[in-house]
Design a protein around this ligand. Structure first.
Ligand code: PMP
Length: 401
């Protein structure tokens, strides 16, 4: 990666063989969702072509085989994040995991919840509708205002909902310290790790977070599978809000007995194929290497910021060049009111896929950037050349518009 080449072979990602307007496609929207390598697509396909049965229901061969594969991915996920397999709950996505926690804690309307201004809407709305949510401000460099955080902790929040890495600024939170302070203040700590876990496998348990949420589709897995990872003691105190098949082990005309953790949270038929595909994604990432993925992220982050620094046509939202940030950059383009037109031209005329708008983090984008940004975000299949070419195309689009 030191050379700036892609870490994963782009040839494993069939989408990257597409051309747009006669040019090779450059995918810079991995913060929205990543592409999937062939082994992941094959694993999904193999489940549907060779099995297709439901899990945990039947005693026949196909069902037992599918259940086995599904449960093996639970073990694999636990190893990946450094948890016990009973602490891994498969859900649909980060949004569902955060809603399950917010609803299951049975908050009172006057409970104080501390969130942060850089929260994704998914780590903001589930709290706001159930509690007194206070958003800790973010400094212009994208970091949390620590003095304000400590002052707010003194008021005894019931929950602290942290964002491990902003999907707008790409700034990583100093999680260990924040979690330690929040735990000392007696709060339940919930971490949205949707943007950090694809690059960094922090051992959240060591720092003591109670719940961590992330999505498979942001780390080369299929859509339709996410993870709620909780400490066993925290999961045991969480009320399961969705009940039905899969969540109980006994029901009669008068009552029922809830299954043990994690099964009590996995209601109905899950996206079995997606979970199996997610297992293939974890294997793929393991083969690339934890340290290599982390370092490649930093190489691309620095390349993005370096390209921005060379231009007076863009203003970066957030990260200081020497800060701790992911390969995600959001920009304002002074003088350009229609960033969606810029994104559209980059896509249709140059084959560069990036994002415009508020990124589902409207309070932050309103606060730091006047409501809209152009975002480029990278992953293991991107090279420094991708970044350089994308900015070269951006120059041409801005000249033409
Ligand atoms: N949190 C963050 C930081 C995110 O970037 C995203 C996805 N953009 C989400 C939560 C929501 O993830 P999902 O759509 O998979 O629920």
């Amino acid at each position: 990666t030191g050379s700036g080449a892609a870490l994963a072979s782009p040839a494993s990602f069939d989408v990257l063989a597409r051309t747009v307007a006669g040019r090779r496609l450059i995918y810079l929207d991995s913060a929205a969702t990543t592409l999937r390598p062939r082994p992941v697509v094959d694993a999904v396909c193999r489940y549907y072509t060779t099995n297709g049965a439901n899990i945990h229901r039947g005693k026949h061969l196909l069902s037992e085989e599918a259940s086995d594969q599904y449960e093996r991915v639970r073990i694999q996920t636990a190893e990946f994040v450094g948890a016990r397999s009973e602490e891994i709950v498969f859900v649909r996505n980060t949004t569902e995991a955060l809603n399950m926690v917010a609803a299951g804690l049975d908050l009172n309307a006057d409970d104080l919840v501390l969130g942060s201004l850089d929260a994704h809407h998914s780590n903001l709305l589930p709290w706001r509708v159930r509690s007194r949510l206070r958003l800790i401000p973010v400094r212009p460099d994208g970091g949390l205002d620590l003095a304000e955080f400590e002052r707010a902790l003194a008021e005894g929040p019931r929950v602290v909902a942290l964002t491990a890495c902003s999907n707008v600024t790409g700034v990583y939170s100093p999680l260990d310290g924040l979690i330690r302070l929040a735990k000392q203040a007696g709060a339940i700590v919930v971490v949205d790790a949707a943007q950090s876990l694809p690059h960094r496998r922090e051992i959240f348990r060591a720092a003591g977070a109670d719940f961590v949420a992330f999505s498979g589709h942001k780390m080369c897995g299929p859509t339709g599978v996410g993870v709620l990872c909780g400490r066993m003691s925290a999961l045991e105190r969480l009320r399961p809000v969705m009940l039905g098949g899969g969540t109980v082990d006994w029901v009669d005309t008068q009552g029922h007995r809830i299954r043990k953790v994690p099964h009590r949270f996995e209601y109905g038929t899950p996206d079995i194929a997606a979970v199996i595909g997610f297992g293939a994604a974890l294997s793929y990432l393991d083969e690339l290497g934890e340290r290599e993925i982390r370092e490649h992220d930093t190489v691309l982050a620095n390349a993005l910021l370096a390209e921005c620094a060379r231009r007076d046509t863009v203003r970066v939202i957030g990260p200081a060049p020497d800060g701790d940030h992911a390969g995600v950059v959001s920009m304002e383009l002074p003088g350009f009111a229609r960033l969606d037109e810029v994104a559209r031209a980059l896509s249709d005329s140059f084959g560069v896929m990036c994002r415009s708008g508020h990124m589902c983090a409207q309070p932050l984008v309103d606060g730091l950037a006047g409501g809209q940004v152009l975002r480029m975000s990278t992953y293991i299949y991107n090279s420094v050349t991708d970044v350089e070419e994308a900015f070269h195309c951006l120059d041409k689009v801005l000249e033409a518009l």
